[in-house]
Design a protein around this ligand. Sequence first.
Ligand code: SME
Length: 163
Amino acid sequence: MAEDLTIQSGSKVEQYQSLLPQIKGLLQGESNLIANLANIAAALKQQFNFFWVGYYLIDDNQLVLGPFQGPVACTRIAYNRGVCGTAWANNETIIVPDVDAFPGHIACSALSKSEIVVPLYRNHTLIGVLDVDSSELDSFDEVDKKYLIEINAMIEDNSLTLR
Ligand code: SME
């Protein structure tokens, strides 16, 4: 695999369309879940410079901080708590245009203003969530949802040995 990333300018769709095959290439031939999640977080950070991007993984009935890029973050989130715990409980993607308007939002950083959380599956089982935070309001829409779901689906299809 190539360990460098070509950064695309242009519309959000164009950026995702350039990034997706590159992420697929990064994952190809690598079966370690943590390594692959780490590279996905890094690739998303490099392309979009999101304020915070990373994974929380279910461990002992809690979400525990996994590979991420950005400022330090809370390590554990309970079921049905915050945006991440709610996405887990409801088994659905959640777009939050304004985190202050989301009841129970967990503020790891006061600088985070909007957020999207996308469930992560392996073998049809929910194993965690991808959380992306922006320092601006209303950063995420259906385009992000579509492509971030596609990115997480690469993990579902990846024949992983870990976890
Ligand atoms: N805001 C999230 C917590 C995780 S941090 O943003 C990295 C939530 O409400 O679940």
